[in-house]
Design a protein around this ligand. Structure first.
Ligand SMILES: [Zn+2]
Length: 330
């Protein structure tokens, strides 16, 4: 089962999180693989999207943002867009759009940053916005300060958090077809909780790259291999890395509190959409194709309606007496 572990180091200005997505990640891959139009993700896209899904979940749990956190990358190359959405309750969904073939072993640069114009955007969309309020969005390029393309999404996000929060962050990410996992350690803000949309202080900026406790713990974190992150239980990982540090753990988020896959699409919703097209349009599609196929753009799940399904949509339900609006009842 998917789980999220949060911890800090007693007396040290360092906090951390470890996420392990299993059935939620497998559901994302399953929906895509079942889609006859797109088929499964190419391996390189699968790894990248899994790493992004783990990273976005870590960031949402860290920020405790009361709204949607959306992490996306887009640019030029065969991968047009990869996007992850994580809600305040850690329900999540993710998808990627490819155009053309993605070579096996393709790097981030080859997939989405061919001419160094690729971008990574993080959007925080509050649950309740006051009139005129825009979601907060931060955008970073997929290259470093010298203009060299960055090939690890973890490095792009470390860069992002340094820029937006003035906080040193170490991020280790990995994904395969069963697990998407990530470990994050971060220097804590000098004052308060720190938040992507909050103003960073000069004191935080002054601490960049100099805090010895963070540097030591980040170096320990960096020894974690992808294979360990994907195969070891969280307890084993934390012990292996931090056995000699004053680790203090919170109650893990498991079961119904754990990160989980949720998409609001359903066969009923798609039926409503087809109903909206009108019977004539639906018949016209079915005169050219055996089925009406509608893919959810947020999760890739494909809904297929054959002629009989479509006919049912347009068959009026059992006739009920007309409902008289209350204002006409006198
Ligand atoms: Zn969906």
């Amino acid at each position: 089962m998917s789980e999220m572990h949060q911890f800090l180091f007693d007396g040290l200005p360092v906090r951390g999180q470890l996420v392990r997505l299993t059935e939620s990640w497998q559901e994302i891959l399953h929906r895509r693989a079942e889609n006859a139009e797109t088929g499964a993700y190419p391996l390189s896209v699968q790894v990248l999207l899994g790493e992004m899904t783990a990273a976005a979940t870590l960031m949402q749990a860290l920020l405790k943002f009361d709204g949607d956190l959306v992490l996306q990358i887009f640019g030029n190359g065969p991968l047009k867009l990869a996007v992850v959405e994580v809600k305040a309750d850690l329900s999540l969904r993710s998808t990627a759009k490819t155009i053309g073939a993605v070579q096996e072993g393709a790097t981030l640069t080859q997939m989405v940053n061919v001419n160094n114009q690729g971008k990574c955007a993080i959007t925080l969309d509050p649950k309740s916005r006051f009139p005129g309020q825009q979601p907060y969005q931060g955008v970073v390029p997929l290259f470093d300060d010298l203009g060299n393309p960055i090939d690890q999404i973890s490095e792009v996000l470390e860069h992002y958090m340094l820029q937006s929060e003035q906080l040193d962050t170490k991020l280790i990410l990995a994904a395969n077809d069963k697990v998407a996992a990530g470990l994050l350690v971060q220097r804590m803000p000098v004052q308060g909780e720190g938040n992507l949309s909050a103003k960073s202080t000069q004191a935080d900026e002054d601490q960049i790259g100099v805090n010895e406790d963070f540097k030591r713990i980040a170096m320990l974190a960096a020894t974690l291999t992808s294979e360990e992150l994907l195969s070891l239980e969280p307890d084993a990982i934390l012990h292996r890395l931090f056995w000699d540090e004053p680790l203090m753990r919170y109650e893990p988020l498991k079961g119904s509190n754990a990160p989980r896959f949720v998409c609001s699409c359903s066969k009923e919703r798609v039926s409503q959409m087809i109903l909206g097209l009108g019977q004539e349009e639906a018949q016209s599609i079915l005169s050219e194709m055996p089925n009406i196929e509608v893919g959810c753009e947020f999760c890739g799940r494909q809904y297929v309606f054959d002629a009989i399904d479509a006919a049912q949509i347009f068959t009026p339900p059992v006739v009920k007496p007309p409902v008289v609006p209350p204002e006409h009842l006198h």
